[in-house]
Design a binder for this molecule. Structure first.
Ligand SMILES: [Zn+2]
Length: 296
């Protein structure tokens, strides 16, 4: 039953949000805040045209994302967590290019660059300046077996590292339901990583536990997402969060969900009957358990 009088006044977190100094940047964060948003998870976005190729460059580009997070905190008094890592699309393109140029040597160089980018991200997590590694994963488009296998190999290696260091990963993967979750949960088991520490970014809204298999779903809340989410969340035990994957890309305005979407959908969920306890879990308990408490 829809009840337009129910209103959510608690914290509201967007679990996957990008900002771009050449985009709307602080204004986009302000839009989020103006409609009730309180907590952002800012995910590093590489310069796809020229991704970093050395440890020093990885550190520099990450440091800029951390600086952006701080500007948002100071300017808008929002709580901002930071997620850093090598975007799987950028990595795959680099890998293909270097392999074509240099064969075996190129492959080695690409792997080394991937590991450098993970190491640099981990340093910032250990310093408390970042809260998870991501987005990491594998290409969401058709690639050669070689690229696919290497992407999986490196992802599993990163899962083992996350297990050792006790940190969560935000995953960017292909869009299947059953097969993707199954595959990832099996990789986590081999890597000894508790599956809930894998956060599937851009998750489809069907989150029955029989599908998600212990992974945490970060549900992309497009228009059609509410109905399947409402139909399945009671069958989910692990937990979920909501996200826009806001891109802040001035060349593609409106191509993705806008910064106001998670607060708007949160109100729609409570109007549609989702209980407050569930929303508290989604916006507070799950992120606190994964990323660490949100200090006030
Ligand atoms: Zn993203």
């Amino acid at each position: 039953m829809v009840d337009a009088h129910r209103l959510w006044k608690g914290p509201i977190l967007d679990n996957h949000f990008h900002l771009n100094r050449k985009g709307r940047f602080l204004d986009a964060a302000k839009d989020f805040k103006n409609v009730g948003g309180t907590h952002l998870v800012l995910v590093h976005c590489p310069d796809f045209a020229s991704p970093p190729t050395s440890l020093k460059e990885h550190r520099e580009t990450y440091a800029d994302t951390i600086a952006m997070a701080e500007e948002v905190r100071v300017e808008h008094n929002l709580h901002v967590r930071v997620v850093l890592g090598p975007h799987p699309a950028a990595f795959a393109h680099q890998f293909i290019k270097w392999m074509e140029e240099d064969g075996e040597k190129g492959i080695e160089k690409a792997c080394e660059n991937y590991r450098d980018s993970i190491d640099a991200a981990l340093e910032f997590v250990k310093e408390g300046q970042a809260h998870a590694i991501g987005e990491v994963g594998r290409p969401h488009w058709e690639v050669s077996d070689e690229v696919w296998d290497l992407s999986n190999q490196l992802l599993e290696e990163t899962m083992a590292l996350a297990a050792k260091e006790g940190i969560p990963l935000q995953l960017h993967v292909e869009g299947e339901l059953e097969s993707t979750y199954r595959d990832l949960s099996e990789m986590a088991a081999r890597a000894n990583l508790p599956t809930h520490r894998l956060i599937r970014h851009y998750s489809p809204p069907q989150i029955d536990e029989s599908i998600t298999r212990g992974l945490t779903s970060s549900v992309l809340v497009g228009k059609g997402a509410l109905e399947p989410l409402l139909a399945s969340y009671e069958q989910n035990q692990t937990g979920f969060m909501l996200e826009t994957d806001y891109m802040d890309d001035p060349r593609r305005p409106g191509a993705v969900l806008g910064p106001k979407t998670v607060p708007k959908r949160t109100q729609q969920l409570i109007e549609a009957g989702m209980d407050e306890e569930m929303l508290w879990k989604c916006h507070v308990d799950i992120p606190n358990a994964l990323y660490g408490e949100a200090e006030e």
